[in-house]
Structure formats: structure tokens, C-alpha cells
Design a protein around this ligand. Structure first.
Ligand code: NAD
Length: 330
């Protein structure tokens, strides 16, 4: 087994982040990925107000070919050797069953199935966080947080996207959907009376809100040249192809960008409550705070004259610096 665990920061608490299994071409590529991802977790947990630091793990290899009980248990021993400084969870090519196997060797695992005392599928909590974040973005843009009558495009109607569509339709929004899965389109379009839009037409659509809930990097120079929305707010990770470029150009186009790691923190919030003995009501109540966090970061961005993605990073850094100072007091 070749794996790397990156512990980026533990000022706020033990580092938590998923394990990704990927067939990296070399170790340097794996190292770069795990360092970048662990840093992202530090910011995400800090802004979400969790007492968690940032960490991440990668196992190098093709999951379809080399994943086995022995490999996962060896990885579990590796996690255990860190004595709780790093807590693992699911990520790409890992399942809750894999977490059960890792759990045979270590207690420092989250994201276990509900029948093992775990928190189960985080998607409803993530979708709720996206929904409240969207309302805060509406309040900032139009002065009211009502989504009634707003035209929202949800790209990717999987676990998170579908629940988001259900919140939006209950609020009376006009929902457009796009997905590459025929099956998902049929299921969601019929159930919620949402309108399907083909991929080649969706960025030409006259909409109020774009909610990327499928993949990263869908906000790039090409799509931004066409996008006619006022708000971008969705669940996908790394929505901006390059945050230093589109993070600035969204604002210049008059689009309010709700930073992805703030918006989609419901997933990590859900897992956090598993560590304390899971209670979905408490997880949802915490996810509701994403409304205030989103709204406050917009105010910070305006006050400082900086893009919203930068304001989100600042919020994350400010909390870590403040807590590091009190930790230094004996
Ligand atoms: P999912 O796999 O259940 O759903 C993704 C959907 O996107 C699928 O229906 C898939 O068919 C569709 N899709 C894939 N490629 C597409 C494309 N090119 N165009 C249109 N649709 C496409 O995933 P999910 O759990 O709903 O997560 C959605 C996104 O949110 C992911 O980017 C994930 O990393 C992120 N996220 C999820 C959670 C969570 O709690 N599940 C938490 C944080 C972030």
C-alpha cells in the first residue's frame, strides 16, 4: 500500500478529511493533490464554525484493481498510528463499506453507515446548506431572501441536486435541470415538474441563479462569457476553473458568487456530529447557520473591497488566528 496522509492544520481540532483512492501517475502528483485538498478542508471547517482542522488522505492505485480488505486494513493501521490527529472519511472511490473495514483497525473514522451508529448519507444536510446559502445570496442581491418566482438552473441532480430541487420547488421557484443521466432527468423532471435543459443550451438560458451540483470548473471563461444569472450558488467543489481569475471576473460581470466550500459545508457538518453521537436535527440546525455565514462574508467582501472567494478565505484564517492566540495563553 502506498498512501499519504496530509495534516494541514490542527489549531481548531483534529484534522478531518476524506480518503481518495486514485491512480496517480507519480508520487509527486499524489502529494500535490493531498496537500491542496487538506488545505481546503482547513478553510471549510473553520468557516463552518467546526472544531476541526484540515486533513486529507490519498491511497495511490486503481481502486477497481487493487482495493482489498487487506489494503484498507493496512491503511486503517496507518490512520491509527497518528493517534487521532487525523480522522478519515469517504471521498472519491471509497464507500461507507470501506469505512467499516478501515474501522476494524482504528476508531478514527467518520461517515459510517447509520446501522453502525454513523451519520449515513450527508447529502440532505449538504442540500439544505446550499438552499439556505442561496436564500442569503438572494437577500444580498434583491433585498429579500424569497426564492419564489426565481429561475434556477440546477446542473447535476444526483444526491444533493435532487434534494435542492425539492426545496426550491416548495418555495415556488422555477427550476431548470440538467444531467448526463437520462434516468435522473426522468425521475426528477416528473416528480418536481422541473424543466430539462440540454447541455448546449443551458448557459444561454435567461436565469436568476446557477447552481452547479455536478462537477468542478464549470465556471470558466467560456461559460462566464454566456452566463446571464445574478447568483452562482451550488454544491460542487472547485466550481471556479481558477479562483484568482473567475473569482474576480464574476464580480465584474455583476454576478454574486457564493464560495463553494462555504455553501457545501453541510457534508462536513454532518460528519462532525457523528463524532459526538449522531443527531440529524443538530446537524441540520448547524447547517442552517450557513445562511448567516454566507451573508456575513458578502458584507466582509464589500467592506474590504475584495472578491467573495477571498472574503471566505479571510473568514477561515481569522478564526484560526483568533483561536491560536487563545491557545497560546497558559
Ligand atoms: P452524485 O454523484 O450523487 O450526483 C452528481 C450528478 O451529476 C449525477 O446525477 C451525475 O449524473 C451528474 N453529472 C455528472 N457529470 C455531469 C455533467 N457533465 N453534466 C451534468 N450532470 C452531470 O453527487 P452528489 O453527492 O449529489 O454531489 C454533487 C456535487 O457536490 C459533487 O461535486 C460533490 O463533490 C459535491 N459535494 C457533495 C456533498 C454531499 O454531501 N454529497 C458534500 C460536499 C460537496
Amino acid at each position: 500500500m502506498k498512501a499519504i496522509i496530509a495534516i494541514h492544520n490542527t489549531v481548531l481540532g483534529p484534522s478531518l478529511g476524506g480518503t481518495r483512492m486514485w491512480n496517480y501517475t507519480n508520487e509527486m502528483e499524489a502529494l500535490n493533490d493531498v496537500l491542496r485538498l487538506s488545505r481546503g478542508m482547513t478553510y471549510k471547517s473553520s468557516v463552518a464554525g467546526l472544531n476541526l482542522g484540515g486533513g486529507k488522505a490519498v491511497i495511490i492505485g486503481d481502486a477497481k484493481k487493487v482495493k482489498s480488505e487487506a489494503l484498507l486494513r493496512r491503511f486503517g493501521k496507518f490512520v491509527n498510528s497518528l493517534g487521532g490527529k487525523y480522522i478519515t472519511a469517504e471521498d472519491v472511490a471509497m464507500s461507507s463499506r470501506d469505512m467499516e473495514i478501515i474501522h476494524m483497525e482504528t476508531d478514527h473514522v467518520s461517515g459510517l453507515p447509520e446501522n453502525m451508529g454513523g451519520s449515513g448519507d450527508p447529502s440532505p444536510v449538504t442540500a439544505y446548506g446550499v438552499y439556505v446559502s442561496m436564500k442569503a445570496s438572494a437577500k444580498e442581491t434583491w433585498g429579500s431572501d424569497s426564492l419564489s418566482g426565481k429561475k434556477v438552473l440546477v446542473q447535476g441532480i444526483g444526491h444533493v441536486g435532487e434534494v435542492l430541487v425539492s426545496h426550491l420547488t416548495k418555495d415556488g421557484a422555477k427550476v431548470y435541470i440538467n444531467d448526463i443521466s437520462e434516468e435522473r432527468i426522468k425521475a426528477v423532471a416528473d416528480k418536481y415538474k422541473a424543466e430539462f435543459i440540454a447541455a448546449d443550451k443551458m448557459f444561454d438560458l435567461d436565469i436568476d441563479i446557477y447552481a452547479p451540483c455536478a462537477l468542478g470548473a464549470t465556471v470558466n471563461d467560456d461559460t462566464l462569457a454566456k452566463l446571464k444569472c445574478k447568483i452562482i450558488c451550488g454544491a460542487a467543489n472547485n466550481q471556479l476553473a481558477d479562483e484568482t481569475i473567475q473569482g474576480v471576473s464574476v464580480g465584474k460581470k455583476g454576478i454574486l458568487y457564493a464560495p463553494d466550500f462555504v455553501v457545501n459545508a453541510g457534508g462536513i457538518i454532518n460528519v462532525y456530529y457523528e463524532l459526538e453521537g449522531y443527531n440529524r436535527e443538530r446537524a441540520l440546525a448547524h447547517a442552517e447557520k450557513i445562511y448567516d455565514t454566507t451573508y456575513n462574508l458578502f458584507q466582509l467582501a464589500k467592506k474590504e473591497g475584495i472578491p467573495t472567494y477571498l472574503a471566505a478565505n479571510r473568514l477561515g484564517e481569522q478564526r484560526i488566528e483568533a483561536i491560536a492566540r487563545i491557545n497560546a495563553v497558559i
